[in-house]
Design a binder for this molecule. Structure first.
Ligand code: NAP
Ligand code: MG
Length: 480
């Protein structure tokens, strides 16, 4: 069991509101824990603690190598607690236990990567006027605010706070109320393993209360947000009021483009896996399958066969996918399917729902629809569920146009044996990541990740995140 309180200055406490929120297991719909419902006063205390940490605390005086050592040690600590964390993540999010185990491997890797990165970000010297010396250095912003969603809390916690801490910021995180057990547990492990007071502060609660209080707080210096488009607007508005920067990662409607010459045996598990992984609740889910018309029937038949074998289950059953996270999300996904049915979009295949699924769990049937008309909402809106839209394209130019024809721009996958075509098409994708003959839904700690268009701006992961969580100061010294 994880801690259920708010973490400020390495102390756990309850909310000033005195209120708590039940945490439900998506597989049963039953509560298994409760968390504090933080309010303005709690957020204010957390931001003040973070401010003290960077300005007068041990954290602010710690050198980069030492910060890196603390983060690197967490990679080992997380690995040592892997099974406990995986069980917690699976129960809280509903995902199959093997997926949760992979998430914990990734979580440890984030700590390892950013632990190693802490002392590797260097400034430049710049040739300038004669008699002058000019140099830059990278500084932390100060207090960074982090708001993450419920789909991959175990990965998103170190993905977000890892680079911020590596650069020397003190962080205040608000995880999502629907799933926040592993971030709380990892924060507890950080305190037990040497992170000094105020470096890491955790605020649980509702987005419209705790999240809004944090993003609008006048004494934060930067916001990192992962979540929905609508909330992204509120975050960016709050950042604008304080004239601070933010990164927004707002999901997508990512295309997997399959040309007639693709190696279908290699592609099939990846094509289906990219929408089935965590029941489609992945920002980079490959939710549109674009297939070259000349091979449409042949390819879609194979995809349908595979899709029909997909099985839903509880975390312990460890099938291909679990329930979605909440009743609200279940209704949202069912709404999309209901509209697709009403619009008479053919259902090509559906996944298997075993008879012994627990009553009250938030299960939805995986569905493969197509051909989806280009103007239909299923062709452009993010479902965030195990629902895939199949669409034919005529030729290379049409594939590019169709892939780019949504408001989003997060990821694209291209399947072809023609290397030059892969490059041509890949370089025309209006997205932050392109995969050729593979697809990396959620993977790749080292790979810069983020959106174009309405998928947001700024980059997470890789070295880019270290730059996002820091700012350049230029210094000029006249010596002659
Ligand atoms: P959301 O509202 O954007 O939630 C994301 C995070 O923002 C959560 O921690 C949430 O807190 C917080 N939040 C909500 N309102 C806020 C506000 N006014 N100020 C500050 N923080 C706020 O997303 P959702 O409602 O969970 O999901 C809705 C849809 O968003 C999904 O169906 C999906 O399409 C998309 N989504 C995308 C991603 C992604 O990875 N890009 C992740 C999740 C959802 P609470 O949840 O605790 O209220
Ligand atoms: Mg939950």
């Amino acid at each position: 069991m994880a801690r259920t309180g708010i973490l400020i200055d390495n102390q756990w406490r309850q909310s000033e509101s005195g209120r708590t929120i039940d945490v439900l297991a998506p597989a049963t719909g039953q509560p298994f824990a409760s968390i504090a419902a933080a309010v303005d006063a709690d957020v204010d205390a957390a931001v003040k603690a973070a401010r003290r940490a960077v300005e007068s605390g041990v954290w602010g005086r710690m050198n980069a190598a030492e910060r890196g050592r603390l983060l690197s040690r967490m990679a080992i600590v997380v690995a040592d607690h892997a099974e406990e964390l995986a069980q917690l993540e699976a129960r809280d999010t509903g995902k199959p236990i093997k997926q949760a185990r992979n998430d914990i491997v990734a979580a440890a890797r984030y700590f390892e990567f950013y632990g190693g990165g802490a002392d590797k970000v260097h400034g430049d010297t710049i040739p300038f006027l004669a008699g002058h010396f000019a140099a830059t250095e990278r500084l932390p912003h100060g207090v960074t605010a982090h708001i993450i969603p419920w789909n991959y809390p175990a990965q998103m916690f170190p993905r977000s706070v890892g680079p911020a801490l590596a650069m020397g910021n003190a962080v205040v995180m608000k995880p999502a109320e629907d799933a926040c057990q592993t971030p709380l547990r990892m924060a507890e492990l950080m305190v037990e393993n040497g992170f000094p007071e105020g470096a890491i502060n955790m605020i649980t609660g509702y987005g419209h209360e705790a999240g809004a209080a944090l993003s609008g707080h006048p004494d934060i210096d930067f916001i990192s947000f992962i979540g929905s488009n609508q909330t992204g607007v509120q975050i960016q508005t709050a950042a604008a009021r304080n004239h601070i920067g933010c990164t927004l990662e707002l999901g997508g409607k990512s295309a997997q483009i399959v040309f007639a010459d693709a190696d279908l045996d290699a592609a099939l598990p990846v094509l289906v896996g990219a929408i089935v992984q965590h029941a489609g609740q992945t920002c980079s889910a490959g939710s549109r399958l674009l297939v070259e018309r000349s091979a449409y029937d042949r390819i879609v038949e194979r995809v349908a066969e595979r899709f029909a074998q997909v099985r839903v289950g509880t975390p312990e059953m460890d099938h291909d996918l679990g329930p979605v996270v909440s009743r609200r999300q279940q209704e949202r996904v069912q709404g999309f399917c209901g509209r697709a049915d009403a619009d008479a979009i053919p259902l090509i295949a559906a996944g298997q729902m075993p008879a012994d699924l627990p009553q009250g769990g938030f299960f939805v049937q995986p569905r493969l629809y197509g051909p989806v008309p280009r103007a239909n909402s299923l062709a452009s809106q993010e479902v965030f569920g195990p629902v895939m839209a199949v669409m034919p394209f005529e030729d290379e130019a049409d594939a590019v146009a169709l892939a780019n024809a949504t408001p989003y721009g997060l990821v694209a996958g291209i399947w072809t044996r023609d290397g030059a075509r892969a490059l041509r098409v890949g370089r025309r994708m209006q997205v932050g990541q392109v995969f050729v003959n593979c697809y990396g839904a959620g993977g790749g700690i080292e790979l810069p990740f983020g959106g174009m268009k309405k998928s947001g701006h700024g980059r997470e992961k890789g070295f880019e995140a270290l730059y996002e969580f820091s700012a350049v100061r230029t210094m000029v010294i006249k010596h002659d």
